[in-house]
Write a protein that binds this ligand. Structure first.
Ligand code: FEO
Length: 405
């Protein structure tokens, strides 16, 4: 691949990670993820963000830099918007090859440059409102956006082009190949990045949704003509679209979910499984979309993504040793960590010699601001009456979703 010109003297160089690894060591990325960096050339040259030493990402970046006749030691500045290792794993080697490069990051970023990479020379802290004049009309302006995604995070805005280099903010899973800009994508590709930006958001950013809304407000005074995140595509034609999508994603935490239901279930011997379809039929009888996920067979990444946007949740699980079925308890833990808040919820499931899952479920979800409808539990195998009640409760939850939105 070659570097992609974005504006005069400004280029995107990116690496695709598609090696079967998981993002953050836990989130599947079957369609890969891109790690994007950006070159800004004035009289001096800056590289904005970098990559981890992962799946030959440094080699991919160097090849693209060569396509615009740049080598590592041609850079005067490294701008580090964010210090999570997917963006700085290559830093130590980069500085070894270019020991004179000047590193700019936030004050908290300076600490992390030291702790992650042992680098203290030529590191300078910048704060909101600071600028860097690269000459030839290229001026970089920095804005701290704490907790989007880590406390030290900032974004960089190039004033002559109106390009916002936003790092994790406005990013997405999915590798990026020849179509780098939003205006080059087919509808099918747009649909893909719509899905994968939501899954990325739910998996990586969701916990910090309040900070996302603050950051969007903070950046609203900028005349943004292009958004260039460090994961996913560059928004050239319609940068406002990804901003509004992120605003919508963040507001899902505040209860503004879509009129949809996500059903997550797990079963030991099939007695809870047999009732799943009755609940699904009840939901569908009210023409409400339902997304069904089974654990532990499926990674929680997709259930989290659907649950994040859905106004309603259903959990199907048996009691396991007086408590929740452990794979579902794991999902509930993830939902608590990610702040899957303000949902309308129904839980159903079987038990053998004793119940207990329902009590455990209510206790463990007490901080999530969930509104419950009456649960459904039964001992042993479900009879026709249980199936009918499951159908009715599914329909009841669906009606509740429709009435509140
Ligand atoms: Fe792409 Fe928070 O790192």
């Amino acid at each position: 691949m070659k570097a992609v010109k974005m504006s005069e003297g400004i280029y995107r160089v990116g690496a695709n990670i598609k090696n079967g690894d998981m993002f953050e060591g836990m989130w599947p990325i079957p369609d890969g993820v891109s790690l994007n960096c950006y070159v800004v050339k004035g009289r001096e040259t800056a590289l904005i963000d970098m990559v981890d030493d992962w799946n030959n990402a440094p080699g991919q970046i160097r090849e693209q830099l060569e396509s615009i006749s740049l080598r590592i030691n041609d850079f005067d500045y490294l701008i580090l918007n964010h210090m999570e290792p997917d963006h700085i794993g290559w830093l130590h080697e980069f500085v070894r090859l270019n020991p004179d490069v000047k590193i700019l990051t936030t004050p908290k970023g300076v600490d992390l440059v030291k702790t992650f990479c042992g680098i203290t020379e030529n590191v300078r802290a910048v704060v909101t409102g600071d600028t860097l004049d690269l000459g030839d009309g290229k001026l970089l302006s920095f804005t701290e956006v704490p907790n989007v995604h880590w406390p030290e995070t900032m974004v960089t805005y190039e004033t002559s082009s109106g390009i916002l280099f936003s790092c994790d903010a406005f990013g997405s899973y999915g590798e990026v190949n020849e179509s780098v800009f939003d205006d080059e994508l087919s509808q099918e590709q747009h649909d893909f990045y719509d899905r994968e930006s939501l899954r990325y958001y739910a998996n990586i950013i969701a916990t910090f949704s309040h900070f996302v809304l603050k950051a969007i407000d903070k950046l609203s005074s900028l005349d943004i003509k292009m958004i260039a995140p460090s994961h996913g595509i560059v928004w050239r034609e319609n940068p406002g679209k990804i901003v509004e999508r992120y605003r919508q994603f963040a507001n899902f935490m505040n209860g503004k979910g879509l009129p949809e239901i996500t059903l997550i279930w797990g079963s030991m011997y099939g007695y809870t499984e047999k009732v799943v379809n009755s609940v699904v039929k009840g939901i569908r009888s009210e023409s409400v979309p339902v997304h069904v996920h089974r654990v532990p067979e499926e990674n929680a990444s997709w259930a989290l993504s659907d649950a994040w946007k859905s106004a309603g949740l259903v959990f199907g699980m048996p009691t396991y040793e007086y408590k929740m079925f452990p794979p579902i308890a794991g999902v509930v833990d993830v939902f608590e960590d990610k702040r899957v808040w303000n949902k309308k919820v129904f839980r159903f499931g079987s038990f053998g010699w004793s119940g207990g899952a329902q009590k455990d479920f209510i206790e463990k979800t007490s901080k999530l601001k969930w509104e419950f409808i009456e649960p459904l539990e039964w001992q042993g195998a479900a009879d026709d009456e249980i199936h009918q009640t499951a159908f009715d409760r599914g329909a009841e939850l669906a009606r509740l979703i429709k009435s509140r939105i």
